[in-house]
Design a protein around this ligand. Structure first.
Ligand code: SAM
Length: 259
C-alpha cells in the first residue's frame, strides 16, 4: 500500500538535512522534490538519482492555486498508485507548503499513512543568527501580503516576522510595479512603527561557510533596500508590554523587573 512522508531539507541542505529525512528519501519508491538551489538538488539526487522535481509545475502566468493543486495531485496519485512516496521540500516542509499539508489531509481521509517530519526553517535560522528568543517578548509571524490585505494590527511590544516581502503584491500586480507595491507595505507598517524604527532584512546562508545577510535599515529607508526571494523581515519590539503587577503578585510570581 502506498504511503506519504514529507521531509524538509533545511535552508543549508548539506548541513541541515536530518539523518531521518535521508533515510526516508533512500527508502521511498518515489521521491518528489522542490528546493531552492542547485546544491540542495544535487544533494537529493545523490541520495536518490531518480528523484523527480516539481519545479516545472511553476509556469509564467499560471495561477498559483493551479500549480499547488497539481503538486498536491502528484503526491496523492503517487500514493494511490501504491508507491512509498517521499516529498522533500526546502526549509521546514510544513512552513509555506500548502500542497504538502493538503495532500496529507486528503490521504489520511482515504485511509493512507501520511506524515510530515520537521525541518530547519528560515525562521529557525533567524532566531539563531539574530540572537532572538521568541519567548522573550512574544513573536508574530505573517506572510507579508496577507498581513497587509487582512489589515493585521501588529503587537508592537512583541517581535514581528514578515515572510515573502520580495513578492509583496505580486499576486495582484506585475513585476514592474514591484517598487510601488513595496511602498504600500512600508506605508502600512508606518501606521504602527516610527520611520526611525530599525528592521532587519535577513537572509540565512544557503551554503556552508557563507555569512547571513543581516541588514538593519530604518523603516523610513526601507523602500530603497534590495530584497531577494530569500529575504525575511524582522522587526524588534518598539515598546515594552505593560505588566499586570497586581496579578503577578496575587499568583506569587516575581514581576518582570525582578526576573
Ligand atoms: N519552507 C521554507 C522554510 O521553512 O523556511 C519557507 C519557504 S517560503 C515559500 C519562501 C520564504 O521563506 C521567502 O520569501 C523568505 O521569506 C523565506 N526564506 C527562504 N529562504 C530564506 C533564507 N535563506 N533566509 C531567510 N529567509 C528565507
Amino acid at each position: 500500500k502506498g504511503s506519504l512522508v514529507v521531509v524538509g531539507t533545511g535552508i543549508q541542505t548539506v548541513g541541515h538535512i536530518t539523518p531521518e529525512a535521508i533515510a526516508w528519501i533512500k527508502w521511498a519508491d518515489t521521491v518528489l522534490y522542490l528546493v531552492a538551489d542547485l546544491v540542495a538538488e544535487n544533494a537529493i539526487l545523490k541520495i536518490k538519482p531518480d528523484a523527480q522535481t516539481l519545479e516545472h509545475l511553476y509556469e509564467k502566468n499560471k495561477p498559483r492555486y493551479l500549480t499547488y493543486r497539481q503538486m498536491m495531485n502528484r503526491m496523492i496519485d503517487s500514493v494511490r498508485n501504491g508507491n512509498r512516496t517521499c516529498v522533500a521540500l526546502y526549509g521546514h516542509p510544513g512552513v509555506f507548503a500548502y500542497p504538502a499539508h493538503a495532500a496529507i489531509r486528503k490521504l489520511r481521509e482515504e485511509g493512507y499513512e501520511a506524515r510530515m517530519l520537521p525541518g530547519v526553517s528560515a525562521e529557525d535560522c533567524l532566531f539563531a543568527d539574530l540572537n532572538v528568543d521568541p519567548a522573550t517578548y512574544g513573536c508574530q509571524s505573517y506572510e507579508a501580503t496577507h498581513f497587509v490585505l487582512t489589515r493585521r494590527r501588529p503587537d508592537t511590544s512583541a517581535s514581528l516576522i514578515l515572510w515573502q516581502p520580495d513578492s509583496f503584491g505580486h499576486v495582484l500586480s506585475s513585476l514592474d510595479v514591484r517598487q510601488s507595491a513595496i511602498a504600500v507595505l512600508a506605508e502600512y507598517l508606518a501606521k504602527f512603527y516610527s520611520l526611525e524604527h530599525r528592521l532587519c532584512i535577513y537572509e540565512a546562508p544557503m551554503y556552508i561557510g557563507c555569512a547571513p545577510r543581516m541588514d538593519w535599515v530604518k523603516l523610513g529607508e526601507f523602500t530603497q533596500a534590495k530584497l531577494t526571494p530569500a529575504s525575511t523581515l524582522y522587526f524588534p519590539p518598539a515598546e515594552v508590554a505593560p505588566m499586570d503587577h497586581a496579578l503577578a503578585q496575587s499568583l506569587g510570581l516575581p514581576s518582570m523587573a525582578q526576573v
